[in-house]
Design a protein around this ligand. Sequence first.
Ligand code: ADP
Length: 444
Amino acid sequence: MFKKILIANRGEIALRIIRTCKEIGIKTVAVYSEADKDSLHVYFADEAVCIGPANSKLSYLKIPSIMSAAQITGAEAIHPGYGFLAENAEFSEICEEHKIKFIGPSPEMIRKMGDKAFAKETMRKVGVPVVPGSESIVTTIAEAKSIALQITYPVILKATAGGGGKGMRVVWNEDELGNAFQMASTEAGAAFGNSSLYLEKFLESPRHVEIQLVGDQFGNVYSYGERDCTVQRRHQKLIEESPSPIITPELRQKMSEAAVLGAKSVNYEGAGTIEFLVDKHLNFYFIEMNTRIQVEHPVTETVNNIDLIKQQILVAGGEKIENLPKGINGHSIEFRINAEDAENGFRPSPGKISYLHFPGGFGVRIDSHVYNDYTISPHYDSLIAKMIIWGTDREHAIRRARRAFEEIRIEGIKTTIPFHKKVLQNKYFLSGDYDTNSIEKLFS
Ligand code: ADP
C-alpha cells in the first residue's frame, strides 16, 4: 500500500481525503494556492507545498507544479478529489508516465466515459437504456433540427465535455434552436475548451437518480445503491438523499444491474457513478458517468457504513474489494451549504465568516474546511460545508435535519441555509413525490 499520497485539491474534499489517509496510516501532502494558505487542508496534512497564485489555472490546474510537488515530497500516488484535474485524461496520463498512481481511472477510461456523447453510445451498445437523442456530437444547426424533428420537442442541447450544468440549453421549438445552439456551444467552449454539443429529448419532470459503483483491478464491480439528487437549481444539485423515496427494491436492483453491466463493459476500476434520469412511469435512462468521487458521496457512505475514499485508495493500491455491499441501513440526506445568497438569486457571497457554529449530536456529520474568521475566496467553488444527516427512516432524518438547522450559525456571509429550511417545510419534498421542477419553483 502507498506510504504517501498527494492531494491535488482544496476545500472540504481535500480535508475529507486527509482524514481517511490518517485513519489508514498513509502520510499526506497538501498542495495549496497563495489564497488558501490558511485552509485546514494545509494545516492538517503532514506536508504542504504552495503551488502558485489564487487563479486555479496557475495553481490547482497547473499540472507541472503539482507533479513537481509530488516528486519533491516523494508521494507515490495522487488523489485528485472532484473538479479541477479529477477527470483530466492528460493528467492521469502524466501520472502514469511518472510512475505515480493516479487514484482514479486510466486516461483511456476518462476519455471514453468523460465524453458524454461517447459514453451514451457505449451504454446503448450494451443494452442500458439512454435518453433518446443524437448518436454522437451534432456539428450543425441543420443536423440538430433534423434530429429534434424526429425525437420531438422539447429537446436539450448538452456539451459533450459538460459538467456542473454548464453548456446546456433547453429548446422548446424549432425557432429557438439556432440561437440556443450558438449560445450552448460558446458557453461550452469557454468552460471546457471543447465546444462540441449533442442533443437529447428533454424530459419535463424527471428525477435524477444515480448509482454508486466501485470496481477493482480483478474485474469486480459492486453497486452501493442509489442517491436521489432531484433537488437542483439550474441543473445543479443542492440536496441529495439515499435511498431515493421513489425507488423500490426491485427497481434498485434493475438500475444497479444496468450500472454494473455498463461499468464492467469498459473494465471500470475505482469509484464511479452512473447517472440516470427517471420519468414518472419509473423508466430510467442513462445520462452520464462520473469517473471520480462525487460531492454527494457521504450519503452513500452513511447508509452503507463504508468509507468510499478508503475503497478508492485500496483498489488503486491493487487490493480486492472486501467491503461488499450489505444493503442500505436507514436514510441519509446531504445539504450543500454554499456561500451564496439564496434569497437573492443565489448570488455568490464570498467574504469573512465572522461567527460560526456547526451543529452536532447523533446522526449529524459536517464535512467542511471553514472555521471562525475564515475568509471565503471569490476564486473557487462556493461550497463551504456539507451537512450529512442520518435517521432511522426518511421522516426521522428530516426531523433531525430541522433541528440541526436550528443549531447552525454562519454569520458575515450569506448562504443556502434559508433554501434548505424552506425545502424542509415544502409539501412536495416532505411527501417524497417531487421532481426537478417542483423544487426549482420554490426560489424562482
Ligand atoms: P452536468 O454534468 O453538467 O451536471 P448532467 O448531464 O449530469 O450535466 O445533467 C444535470 C442535470 O440536468 C440533470 O440532473 C437534470 O436535472 C438535467 N438534465 C440533463 N439532461 C436532461 C434531459 N435530457 N431532460 C431533462 N433534464 C435533463
